[in-house]
Design a protein around this ligand. Sequence first.
Ligand code: G
Ligand code: G
Ligand code: MN
Ligand code: NA
Length: 250
Amino acid sequence: RALEIDLRQALVTGEFELFYQPIVGLSSGRVVGLEALLRWCHPERGLLSPVEFVPMCEETGLIVPLGDWVLRTACCEVARMSDDISVAVNLSPVQFKAPGIVSSVMQALSQARLDPGRLELEITESVLLLESEDTLAALHRLRDLGVRISMDDFGTGYSSLSYLRRFPFDRIKIDRSFIADLETKDDCRAIIRAVASLGSDLGIDTTAEGVETESQLKTLRAEGLTEVQGYLFSPPVPRDEIVEVLAKAK
Ligand code: G
Ligand code: G
Ligand code: MN
Ligand code: NA
């Protein structure tokens, strides 16, 4: 398959890049963190989104070295940015089936000299769906390092609440489909309110994704979420541009 050959080559020739999207704290109004989002600058096809190549990387196992690259690059780039901003990295379930995820995170942190508390790992429910003791042990070891663990795309899986009992997450990221329907469907607001209250009771941060309008922001603030993220503040942008976004936000 042409795409697979291109992908292997891309890691060697350095065609991958990380974009960053700011995460804004609702009480401070400041940028508290960045989510790193992978892009492939394909020489002929232009900028490709992960939805176009991550599934192939997962099938071929290439996601393991690529995921390592993402971790190392995100840690190094954020360590070089000002302030004590944190970075969130998305992890594929396949990275948990392979052995070295914990040592890979440790290496990325030490290479970048980044405080573990500034790294957040975003996993989806599908990671816990593996029902593997090894996976749970790896998550606990990562958390013991001081790294924070987030549940991404919350609400899109099957039994989200049971996963909150299986593992002590530091953050819940409410899937953007709930925010998109906030104004047209009453149940979305009720669900967001319930998640915010759950988070507050359990000491878990709660972030709304895909915030695009002032009116959504107003509702989310009223419901007591702790962070927001979305086009209203900034789309994911290249590293050099995020430095400007951060400077402006001060
Ligand atoms: O940035 P964008 O909206 O195109 O991201 C599309 C999807 O790709 C999202 O589900 C996001 O979590 C995922 N994604 C982005 N960057 C990475 C990455 O570095 N690793 C993995 N496994 N998934 C990523
Ligand atoms: O699955 P995950 O939550 O990691 O994916 C994040 C994805 O959401 C990225 O691909 C990013 O480009 C996209 N995204 C970020 N902000 C917004 C937004 O305000 N609206 C929409 N529609 N997508 C967004
Ligand atoms: Mn994410
Ligand atoms: Na998400």
